[in-house]
Design a protein around this ligand. Structure first.
Ligand SMILES: NC(=O)c1ccc[n+]([C@@H]2O[C@H](COP(=O)([O-])OP(=O)(O)OC[C@H]3O[C@@H](n4cnc5c(N)ncnc54)[C@H](OP(=O)(O)O)[C@@H]3O)[C@@H](O)[C@H]2O)c1
Length: 321
């Protein structure tokens, strides 16, 4: 079957080891089933896999991809929850220290077919396209958990999103706006800031700009480049929720500000199956949909990876096998 995969890690030049070609059909363990993949979205996790981060050589060749939408074995339209808990785990799957995402231990979703635990399947509403549904399990679910589960922020409060055009950033803008938060964003170009305003952001600022007033919460995925600004932008008692660090993991810590103004720093990662179910429901009830930058055939996956690596994003990048 057709798949995008990696056979050897390349920490310095990840695109040099991206392969799109033939892989064997997946093996199906007890309690698992298969999904015929109709759409899969690209995430930084896939770039990390090419670099060998979280994916040692001995587990390769590995098919990439953490999220997908498609058809189950009975032909039902489904969305695949990307977090695979260890056998016997109960409760919040994201807190299982032995949890994995597809493409870490088990073959990923960037293929014509993927094997998944039966419990990871959720019904896809007819009103969501396969491409839209494929954006939900990683970037959109991460945004949902950051904002609605982890932040403790309430509608009506002001939330700053670092980054304007990324998969998680656009999800935060759309979801926050739909839920009644005042969403502010920072973006690296005039074009990206204008797109964020069109998407529902209340105000858009240049990266690092001084804000007209301090905010109640900041949503961080950029990391080293924006961390200091995030901390300085918070009101006393404010909260920063972090789920990624695209530009590096070692920012100035701002420890004095954190304790003196009594800030909360909260980590967040992916989301539970129940939260994905609620996110799908939120899309149905409010009519919000993922912003898709480009939809490419899987054979042209390289173009999508290049866009993400170079920061040429305007929402989610989707592949169709
Ligand atoms: N923990 C989890 O479960 C989880 C899940 C999903 C993603 N993540 C992480 O979250 C991060 C973002 O993911 P994504 O899918 O949204 O990626 P993406 O679509 O590539 O977006 C990257 C975002 O980062 C911003 N950015 C990148 N470099 C920047 C720089 N030098 N200065 C300022 N802003 C910069 C971009 O801002 P502009 O709009 O201004 O270009 C853009 O909004 C990644 O590190 C990813 O690994 C974590």
């Amino acid at each position: 079957m057709l798949a995008a995969f990696v056979s050897t890690p390349a920490p310095e030049d990840p695109l040099s080891v991206l392969e799109v070609g033939d892989r064997p059909e997946p093996e199906v363990p007890e309690g698992w089933t298969t999904v015929q993949v109709k759409a899969v979205s690209l995430n930084h996790h896939d770039l990390s896999s090419l670099k060998g981060i979280g994916l040692p050589q001995e587990r390769m060749p590995m098919i990439l991809g953490t999220d997908a939408a498609g058809l189950d074995e009975d032909g039902n339209e489904v969305v695949v929850h990307g977090v695979v808990p260890s056998p016997g785990w109960t409760g919040d799957e994201t807190l299982d220290p032995k949890r994995t995402l597809f493409s870490e231990l088990h073959q990923g979703t960037m293929a014509e077919k993927v094997a998944v635990p039966k419990r990871n399947l959720l019904p896809k509403p007819a009103g969501l396209s396969f491409a839209e549904a494929a954006c939900l399990p990683t970037a959109w679910l991460t945004a949902y958990r950051m904002l609605f589960v982890r932040s403790g922020l309430r509608p009506g409060q002001t939330v700053l999103v670092q980054g304007a055009s990324g998969g998680v950033a656009t999800a935060l803008i759309v979801l926050g706006r739909a839920a009644g938060y005042r969403m502010w964003v920072t973006g690296r170009s005039e074009e990206k800031r204008a797109a964020a305003l069109a998407l529902g952001a209340d105000q858009a600022f240049e990266t690092g700009a001084r804000l007209p007033e301090r905010v109640d919460g900041v949503m961080e995925t950029v990391g080293e480049v924006t961390w200091s600004h995030s901390i300085k932008s918070l009101k006393p008692g404010g909260v920063v929720v972090i789920s990624g660090a695209t530009t590096g993991f070692n920012p100035g810590a701002e420890l004095n500000r954190i304790f003196f103004t009594q800030l909360s720093v909260i980590g967040s990662t992916m989301g539970t199956r129940a939260e994905l179910e609620a996110l799908i429901q939120m899309c149905s009830v409010t009519g919000v949909r993922p912003l898709i930058d480009v939809e490419l055939p899987l054979t042209e996956a390289r173009e999508g990876f290049e866009r993400m690596l170079e920061g040429r994003t305007a929402g989610k990048i989707v592949f169709t096998p």
